[in-house]
Write a protein that binds this ligand. Structure first.
Ligand SMILES: Cc1cc2nc3c(=O)[nH]c(=O)nc-3n(C[C@H](O)[C@H](O)[C@H](O)COP(=O)(O)OP(=O)(O)OC[C@H]3O[C@@H](n4cnc5c(N)ncnc54)[C@H](O)[C@@H]3O)c2cc1C
Length: 324
């Protein structure tokens, strides 16, 4: 008989990366026994790092998303119509819909602060100007011209990774694309879930992800055709095109969102973009790259640490990016 087990973790039981991993292993073991489990995680170090909002995916990719999350043991609602509990600020959201009530958006800033606190004095905040494999060791030169040698190194420098790799003698994908996310005032008195909108119902080639960044602000990141976000267009032109498209989307497709952006975040995307990652090694140095790495972070961190210790990149670290 399948049992439903409820467990609660909080405070010191989730107070470090290792302890969180131990909790995750316990939860996975219960699922593998065939029992259902509901896990309640309360604040660690005074603050939760994952929000309690749901995540809604709309459009055809919702079906694959639903199947993948179900296969992973998560309970996700799939429907042709908008789930009753999902109040998104749109005139006519187009399905199908996959809704994960326990989705949760990561608080990236607090997570970073938490990790920095965990590392404490072991963290050296310096800019690396050169890294090279020097026999069995890695030689690192910082902007302060300090040279140090290490037995194993993992380089995760985002868009700075290809340059460091090239200097070390390794060619990595170095084509970039620009991306912008704009924040608007939410005027409707609703609490929408994080919304990944892939129906392209408003305009072919336009997708978006949106989330509350405060109870009254709604941030929208747009997926635009490659020709509108090409690196060669320059930052100003891509911002102009992105802003024009997102403001038109707010005016024509959304409801209860004031169409004047009040904030923006610009970022550079390593191509091919999408969900996935890859890693390569030269001597004792592992380089990792990808576009949407945050969601994989704990698992990816463990695999990279193993690769660095074993001196070999396992096949699991070659996951070519996919669009959705
Ligand atoms: C608005 C926005 C929304 C996003 N949403 C999602 C999402 O929903 N899900 C998801 O999975 N991902 C998301 N991402 C992407 C995710 O944040 C990145 O994939 C992830 O941060 C990449 O991690 P990284 O460590 O490789 O690179 P980064 O986070 O870019 O970190 C690299 C660090 O290395 C430092 N650095 C670079 N060069 C050097 C050098 N020479 N010496 C020393 N330090 C150096 C940089 O200063 C930086 O601090 C989003 C990104 C943005 C901007």
């Amino acid at each position: 008989m399948t049992r439903t087990i409820v467990q609660k973790y909080g405070g010191t039981s989730v107070g470090s990366v290792e302890l969180i991993q131990r909790v995750a292993d316990k939860v996975a073991a219960i699922r593998q026994q065939g029992d259902n489990i509901a896990v309640v995680v309360s604040a660690m170090a005074g603050k939760t790092l994952v929000g309690s909002e749901g995540v809604l995916v709309s459009g055809q990719p919702a079906y694959a998303w639903h199947q993948a999350t179900e296969a992973a043991g998560a309970s996700v609602q799939f429907s042709e119509g908008l789930p009753a509990s999902c109040d998104v600020p749109a005139h006519r959201p187009v399905g199908p819909f996959a809704y994960d009530a326990a989705g949760g958006v990561t608080d990236v800033r607090s997570t970073g602060e938490f990790l920095v606190r965990q590392l404490g004095h072991r963290l050296i905040a310096e800019s690396v100007v050169a890294i090279e494999a020097n026999g069995e060791r890695a030689r690192i030169v910082t902007a302060q011209r300090d040279t140090s040698y290490y037995d194993a190194v993992v380089v995760a420098a985002g868009t700075g990774t290809p340059k460091l790799a090239a200097d070390a003698g390794l060619h990595l994908p170095d084509r970039l694309e620009r991306h912008l996310r704009f924040t608007f005032r939410l005027e409707a008195a609703i609490t929408p879930p994080c919304w990944i909108e892939r129906s392209e119902a408003w305009r072919s080639g336009f997708t978006s992800y949106s989330q509350l960044t405060s109870p009254t602000t709604w941030a929208i990141g747009a997926g635009l055709p490659a020709s509108d976000v090409a690196w060669e267009l320059g930052a100003d032109e891509v911002e102009r095109r992105s802003r024009t498209a997102v403001v038109a989307y707010v005016e024509e497709a959304l409801n209860g969102v004031a169409p004047t952006p009040i904030d923006k975040i610009a970022c550079d995307v390593t191509l091919p973009g999408g969900d996935g990652f890859d890693a390569k090694m030269i001597g004792p140095i592992v380089f990792v790259w990808g576009d949407n790495l945050f969601k994989f972070a704990p698992w990816l961190g463990r695999q990279l640490a193993k690769a660095a210790v074993n001196g070999d990149v396992p096949p699991e670290l070659h996951q070519p990016p996919v669009g959705d």
